[in-house]
Design a protein around this ligand. Structure first.
Ligand code: NOJ
Ligand code: CA
Length: 554
């Protein structure tokens, strides 16, 4: 595998609205990010990805871009962005923006022109089709629920939106659209971005001509995933994008991608892939249901282990995946994967150990480094997220009462990770001096950065130590080393060796409340980091519940 500049980097995702507010309007902004760069540098972060900051009406929190060439005034302006770029460079950090090019906003000038005059060239920038007897052209469902087609007022025409109504899909079959988008991507790369995280990119290829598929719910509609699975030819489009943009700048291109098979991973990542890397979302899909979020189940640690091992092994020898336990589309990883009754600093450190010692690029989401948790919702009115509201309605339509719908759906609410970053124990977690756009989690009084920075036992300090191992003693083993599962048959024990030539690290995580006794034949070993004491005696290792340990072994 060819060595790439980003292989050994530690990455961090910022959700800009909720990171740090510099001017008291309740919304995080670019100057706020600049203020906190030293905090990130101190943690050990190299690459920062910021969720969209382009001009937007925020129907889907900026994933609805109204102008690709400007920064939304709530975040600042292009000069602020230039300063941010300079400030990251000064600290030898790399900046990635979010690239949202499957769709734009219905307030983008292209869409305004298109719908004002269906004969204009802009109509061909989107997918616009005639309806069928007053109904949408096909039975495609949008990701956020309901038809993926919206009528253009006063006409019998409909436009396609695979996400919200305010996110019309761009027509990638039109070479003019492709040219405009490439120019825009290169304009940003010229400014000195190190690359992009690319949104929903596999959706750019549609199964044309549009058709009906077998309905998969009582609404008579068919899932957008089904259409994406049936579309052929996306790889050619993605290689063309890469060759005309990212490759020219040696930029990193990280795709958000779901519909692939581990057997075909080499098409997407590694030396021949159409991206640099993609996120590994598979653990977040455990327990999913075709019916919707309301029917999902919480993963067990054994299920987590199986999927984690499977994917670690699949990427080996092919390329690097981006590892996450959470992002802005998901609940908090510690709340999702750890049993609710066992949510404490020790178990959070165990999850951090598994995550940071895995093969691939670690992508820490803001607040993960201090162990931020899910919020408790009393009413759907507290929820901001369009996706959750759609899923709540799906649950009601399926016959659930309001309380059960709220409970089931809110476990997966995207707002859990969008609540403001908890900096201090002061009002609103020190995120803003004004009123935050989304309420801070009530637990900010005890879960916050200030509490943890100088506390050697804190989760923050633990992340720092894990990162220090990744950058120091274990660097080559953790970056390039092989991933070898061990103690596979042990219930709820997640253990693996990372190995490069003769260098070996052994990671053992007793992912349960019960203690465990494991055979341990090593006579020479160093304990590099653990979240508790352990006993080694008579070729046996004794670990209490949720103890994790990293050994250097021979
Ligand atoms: C994935 C993004 O991460 C999510 O937040 C967004 O709603 C959809 N793509 C649509 O852009
Ligand atoms: Ca602000």
């Amino acid at each position: 595998m060819k060595k790439q500049w980003w292989h050994d980097k530690i990455c961090y995702q910022i959700y800009p609205k909720s990171f740090y507010d510099s001017n008291g309007d309740g919304i995080g902004d670019i100057q706020g990010i600049i203020t906190k760069l030293d905090y990130l540098k101190d943690l050990g972060i190299d690459i920062i990805w910021i969720s969209p900051m382009y001009k937007s009406p925020f129907a889907d929190q900026g994933y609805d871009v109204a102008d690709y060439y400007s920064i939304d005034p709530i975040f600042g302006n292009l000069d602020d962005l230039e300063s941010l770029l300079q400030e990251t460079k000064k600290r030898s950090m790399y900046l990635l923006m979010d690239l949202v090019i499957n769709h734009c906003s219905d307030e983008h000038q292209w869409f305004v022109n298109a719908t004002q005059d269906l004969t204009s060239k802009y109509a061909n920038y989107f997918y616009i089709e005639k309806g069928e007897n007053g109904n949408p052209p096909t039975n495609l469902r949008s990701y956020f629920g309901g038809s993926a087609w919206e009528n253009i007022k006063g006409t019998d025409q409909y436009y396609l939106h695979m996400y919200a109504k305010k996110q019309p899909d761009l027509n990638w079959e039109n070479p003019e659209v492709v040219k405009e988008l490439y120019e825009m991507v290169n304009w940003w790369l010229e400014k000195g971005l190190a690359g992009f995280r690319i949104d929903a990119i596999v959706n750019i290829k549609k199964d044309l001509p549009f058709k009906n598929y077998m309905p998969d719910r009582t609404d008579g509609l068919s899932s957008p995933e089904e259409m994406v699975r049936n579309a052929n030819g996306v790889l050619e489009m993605l290689h063309d994008l890469k060759a005309n943009t990212f490759d020219k700048y040696n930029a990193i291109a990280i795709a958000e991608m779901f519909e692939y098979d581990n057997d075909n991973l080499g098409l997407y990542i590694g030396d021949k892939g159409c991206f640099s890397t993609i996120f590994d979302f598979d653990t977040s899909l455990i327990g999913s249901s075709e019916k919707g979020w309301y029917a999902r189940t919480k993963p067990t640690m054994n299920e987590y282990k199986n999927v984690f091992f499977q994917n670690q092994l699949a990427a080996q020898g092919i390329g690097f995946m981006c590892n996450i336990i959470e992002n802005h589309d998901q609940p908090r990883g510690v709340s999702r994967y750890l049993p609710t009754a066992d949510l404490h600093d020790k178990s959070k450190k165990l999850l951090a150990t598994i995550f940071m010692m895995a093969r691939g690029l670690p992508f820490i989401y803001q607040g993960q480094e201090i162990g931020m948790e899910n919020t408790v919702y009393q009413s759907i009115l507290q929820v901001d997220d369009v996706y959750t509201i759609g899923e709540y309605n799906t649950a009601l339509e399926a016959g659930l009462d309001e309380q059960t719908a709220l409970k089931n759906v809110c476990d997966y609410c995207r707002d859990h990770t969008r609540t403001p970053m908890q900096w201090t124990a002061n009002k609103h977690g020190g995120f803003t001096t004004g009123t935050p756009w989304l309420s801070v989690n009530d637990n900010y009084k005890w879960i916050n950065v200030e509490n943890q920075l100088d506390n050697n036992d804190s989760i923050f300090s633990f992340y720092k130590k894990l990162i220090t191992l990744r950058k120091g003693t274990l660097k080559s083993v953790l970056v390039d080393g092989e991933f070898i599962p061990v103690y596979e048959q042990e219930n709820n024990v997640i253990a693996f060796i990372r190995q490069k030539n003769k260098e070996k690290a052994l990671i053992i995580a007793n992912s349960q409340n019960n203690h465990v006794i494991l055979p341990f034949k090593y006579t020479t070993y160093d304990i590099l980091l653990s979240n508790d004491n352990m006993k080694i005696h008579d070729e046996k290792l004794y670990l209490t519940g949720y103890t994790s340990v990293i050994f250097k072994i021979n």
